[in-house]
Each structure stands twice: as C-alpha cells, then as structure tokens.
Design a binder for this molecule. Structure first.
Ligand code: 5RP
Length: 151
C-alpha cells in the first residue's frame, strides 16, 4: 500500500521507527512529517496527509503527535477521512473491521515504541468487514456529501 505519514515535533521521537517499519513491511511511504525538533503545529501535517488519502494518492495515513488527538481532529475535517486515535491493538483492529478507518493517529507521549509498532502492524493487516458496517459508513458519507460547500 501507499502510506502517507506525518508527525509534529512531539511525534519526532518515534518517526524513524514508524518509517522503518512501514518500509520493512513493503509499503510505499510518503513522509510528510516534521524532520526537526522545532515546535510546529499539528494541522500543518495532519491536513496534507489527510488530503493525500482523500484524493487517493495514498491508501492510508499514519499521524503522530503527543496525544494523537489534535492530528485526529484535524484529519477528520477533510472529507472522506475516517481517522481514529488508537491506544491498543484491539482498538485499532476494530476501527478497521467496523469503521474502515483510513488514518491511524498515535500518541507518542502515551505509547511505547513497541506498542506503536504492534498497533500499526495490526491496523495495516486488518480488513473492513463490510455488511452492516457498510450501511453505517454510507450514512456518515451521505451526511458529509450533503453538507459539502456549506458555509
Ligand atoms: O498532541 C498534540 C496535539 O494533540 C501536540 O503534539 C501537542 O499539543 C504539542 O504540544 P507542545 O506545543 O506543548 O509541544
């Protein structure tokens, strides 16, 4: 898969491990993250990654900040994005199986690197189950579509 990755200054510490893991797993990585320790603003990284995923230029996105919350909030403003902030493997798997999440947000301050690696591996390997979950996802999509271009 093509995976777009972004981090702010607080996600910088886990960036090498995440980029290395994705490459090791054979994914094509587009790194859009901050590369230095200077304080930056998470929307400047979340939105470009989300736009790549929404446009189909990337299949999935991974975003890392201190808590994962800011990245998740910002990414979900982009139409077509279903970003989740996962703290464990089961949570990440369920977000794929039930919600077809297309961006995974991670908390560098709250998760160890090993846990982050386990979460990413599981999330990338888990498929959307479809069925009743498709109907629910389509209701979200329909709401989003009906509110496009509203000011
Ligand atoms: O987790 C985050 C957003 O959800 C940011 O990484 C965090 O808020 C950055 O904080 P600071 O400017 O104090 O380093």
């Amino acid at each position: 898969m093509k995976v777009a990755v972004g981090n702010d200054h607080r996600g910088l510490c886990v960036r090498p491990r995440v980029l290395g893991l994705l490459a090791e797993l054979g994914h094509e990585v587009h790194d859009l993250g901050a590369s230095g320790p200077a304080g930056v603003d998470y929307p400047d990284y979340a939105i470009p990654v989300a736009e790549e995923v929404a446009a189909g230029k990337a299949d999935r996105g991974v975003l890392i900040c201190a808590t994962g919350h800011g990245m998740c909030i910002a990414a979900n403003k982009v139409h077509g994005i279903r970003a989740v902030n996962s703290r464990d493997v089961i949570d990440a798997e369920l977000s794929r199986r039930h919600n077809d999440s297309n961006i995974l947000c991670l908390a560098a301050d709250l998760l160890g690197e090993d846990q982050i690696e386990r979460i990413i591996r599981a999330w990338l390997l888990t498929d959307f189950e479809g069925g009743r979950h498709t109907r629910r996802r389509e209701k979200v999509d329909a709401y989003e579509k009906s509110h496009e271009n509203r000011t």
